[in-house]
Ligand binder design. Structure first.
Ligand code: CUA
Length: 180
């Protein structure tokens, strides 16, 4: 039988299943089920998924909260654009704004302390990519995306935008400091 010619028997699908075929279908099914249940298992025990929350908000409201943190906890400014570097207290909420084509402000965290890092876009889709940790989070307008993080290694990390967001996308980079 070929797919081009008409089947010789009209009821060809009624032929009994070959044992080898049946075995492979069973193997494929079992493997599918293993992979399916590995997804929730790995989420809980794999220690590789971030603890995420998301809330609807507006750019104005978000900007206001980010500005409050900047006003309170800025320790210095960096680059020609005088971007504030905020060093918030451990356990607090930290706000990072993504907008064309900038991350604002810069953030300095302490090693081993836990923070709630908020991410939101003021315009359209950006991507938060933390290097070299390979953490990737889509940053949407209208959604305050909260990640609970505990940096484990001091150092200077790079933040790059990994969603194409326009003509200056490749310049949308920043830093995240983790200090002892
Ligand atoms: Cu922002 Cu690409």
């Amino acid at each position: 039988m070929s797919a081009i010619q008409v089947p010789t028997s009209r009821y060809w699908w009624k032929q009994p299943l070959d044992r080898v075929e049946g075995t492979w279908i069973a193997i494929a099914l079992v493997w599918c089920l293993i992979m399916f249940f590995m997804m929730p298992y790995w989420h809980v025990y794999g220690k590789q998924n971030l603890a995420n929350e998301a809330y609807r908000t507006t750019p104005d409201a978000y900007q206001k909260r980010a500005q409050e943190v900047v006003d309170k906890y800025t320790v210095r400014t960096e680059t020609d654009l005088k971007i504030p570097v905020v060093h918030p207290p451990a356990g607090s909420d930290v706000y990072l704004i993504a907008r064309l084509w900038q991350w604002w402000p810069m953030i300095e965290l302490e090693e081993g302390k836990t923070y709630r890092l908020h991410l939101m876009s003021m315009d359209w889709l950006h991507g938060f990519s933390l290097q070299p940790e390979n953490i990737n989070i889509e940053v949407h307008p209208g959604y305050d995306h909260v990640v609970t993080i505990t940096p484990t290694n001091a150092g200077t990390y790079g933040i790059v935008c990994n969603e194409y967001c326009g003509i200056m996308h490749q310049t949308m980079a920043s830093r995240l400091y983790v200090v002892k």
